[in-house]
Design a protein around this ligand. Structure first.
Ligand SMILES: Cc1cc2nc3c(=O)[nH]c(=O)nc-3n(C[C@H](O)[C@H](O)[C@H](O)COP(=O)(O)O)c2cc1C
Length: 451
């Protein structure tokens, strides 16, 4: 969980920063907000203060009642009253200015230090990101482009604005602030050291454009929650669930597979949806319907499951890997193999998706793996998997009991985390899903306090 400094300057897109602050706070980050005087003409400081639970600062001469602390770490810095702009800049893990107005961009490029935002920006050595938002002609102007080029040369990451409807009536162009989810995903990727571009966000330098209203929502939606956000304790979280079992073709009609039906994965997707999360399920050969409102991506093989999971992983807060991938594949034979006395298949291991995910993950992401083990030392083997694969939690299914697990409506699992093991007794898969999500909640709360 990170300490994020959010700078807000004067433009209509400042309303989107409220949503950014809400999502970042829900995701467990501590957020402090710095607003320019002009930003306060567009949105109120009280809204930010209510969302992040900390005072907003505007002038570098203001006293910071929290003495440079971020929400979640109050009480740790009580000995003296520090210089506000230096303290916050020194304590943050990343500084995002969104929206960055043409005026503020010019000031930052010129090294001006005439407000809390600009002074802190200058004093900040953590990763600094800017999300410009303005009219397309303002954005295209050589002055703005030169200022952005200067900032880029100094290591500031510029999150390019998107193209679409602008605030100015009837105008379209480049200058719209990307959606808050995208801003958050980008900053989380930077914090985890990832350089990969966020799908759907253009980051190449562009020539023009202008901002502000969402094509599909219009001015009436300003200030309202995003259409994709549900209500509930997990509102603002993006959760991805893998479900079912992959199949590796042997020939045109046969495959290597397993008995996973996808019921557990769908129960997890439904439970996360009920808690208000935005849920995507990657379904491997699942014949069950997905819960209403859940995005579904169908796959067949382990390679497809790996591709679809890794492609989306960067933007997710929680990944629940309930799918049972086939562990081996063979080179498929064209047509149907004729009946014969014996047949040798050369089996090769498939992708280790959990290990790949663990290598890409950031601290703010929670990764839950599943292990189907057969009796005996199942717990030891699952704990070994937890440690080897770098997951936060392993959900162990003991598949030696035929009345639970695969194809059954009931399950009994052991939740194995670094410090404890919890038995979840035999129950319907919905109840088991809730128990797993409760444990995820506690893990995420623990990660926040540990910071
Ligand atoms: C209705 C209205 C909308 C504006 N929208 C933007 C905008 O989206 N982007 C921008 O750069 N400036 C915009 N401006 C101009 C800025 O508010 C102005 O340049 C101001 O000085 C910015 O101050 P700041 O950078 O200190 O916050 C807008 C002005 C008005 C009156």
């Amino acid at each position: 969980m990170a300490r994020l400094l959010l700078g807000v300057s004067g433009g209509i897109a400042a309303y989107k920063s409220l949503e950014f602050a809400r999502l970042a706070t829900l995701a467990g980050h501590g957020v402090r907000v710095l607003m320019t005087d002009n930003a306060r003409r567009f949105v109120g400081a009280a809204s930010f203060e209510g969302i992040v639970g900390a005072p907003v600062l505007t002038s570098e001469y203001e006293r910071d009642p929290m003495r440079g602390a971020f929400p979640g770490e109050e009480g740790e810095r009580t000995s003296h009253d520090p210089i506000g702009h230096l303290e916050l800049a020194a304590n943050c893990d990343a500084f995002l200015v969104a929206p960055a107005s043409a005026n503020t961009i010019a000031k930052l490029a010129g090294g001006f230090a005439d407000s809390m935002l600009t002074t802190s920006f200058l004093a900040c050595t953590a990763p600094r990101l800017l999300a410009p938002a303005m009219n397309d002609r303002m954005y295209a102007d050589a002055a703005t482009q030169a200022n952005l080029a200067t900032l880029r040369e100094r290591g500031v990451e510029v999150i390019e604005p998107e193209e679409g409807l602008l605030a100015s009536r009837g105008e379209r162009g480049r200058g719209r602030l990307p959606d808050p989810e995208r801003l958050l995903a980008r900053i989380e990727a930077v914090l985890s050291g990832g350089q990969a571009e966020l799908p759907g966000v253009e980051t190449a330098p562009v020539e023009t454009e202008a901002t502000l209203l969402d094509d599909d929502r219009g001015p009436a939606a300003i200030g309202k929650p995003l259409a994709s956000a549900g209500t509930g304790p997990w509102s603002g979280l993006r959760v991805m669930v893998t479900a079912g079992g992959t199949r590796e073709p042997i020939d045109a009609v046969r495959f290597i597979g397993n008995r996973s039906s996808g019921r557990m994965g769908m129960a997890l997707a439904a439970a996360a949806q009920r808690r208000g999360a935005e849920v995507t399920v990657i379904a491997a050969n699942v014949s069950l319907p997905e819960p209403a409102g859940v995005k579904r991506v169908d796959v067949e093989t382990t390679a497809e499951l790996a591709y679809e999971t890794l492609e989306r992983f960067e933007t997710q807060h929680v990944l629940l890997m309930a799918a049972a991938p086939a562990d081996f594949r063979t080179e498929p034979i064209t047509g149907k193999i004729k009946r014969q006395d014996s047949l040798n298949l050369n089996l090769q291991p498939t992708e280790d998706i959990l290990a790949q995910v663990a290598a890409m993950r950031s601290e703010s992401q929670t990764v839950v793996g599943f292990a189907a083990e057969h009796g005996g030392d199942a717990v030891d083997r699952a704990r070994g998997k937890l440690e080897r694969k770098g997951a936060d939690l392993i959900v162990l299914n003991d598949v030696s009991d035929p009345t639970i697990g695969f194809e059954s409506d009931e399950n009994a699992v052991t939740l194995i985390a670094a410090t404890e093991e919890i038995e979840v007794p035999k129950a319907g898969k919905d109840a088991v899903a809730e128990a797993i999500l409760d444990r995820v909640d506690r893990l995420r709360a623990g990660a926040r306090t540990a910071k």
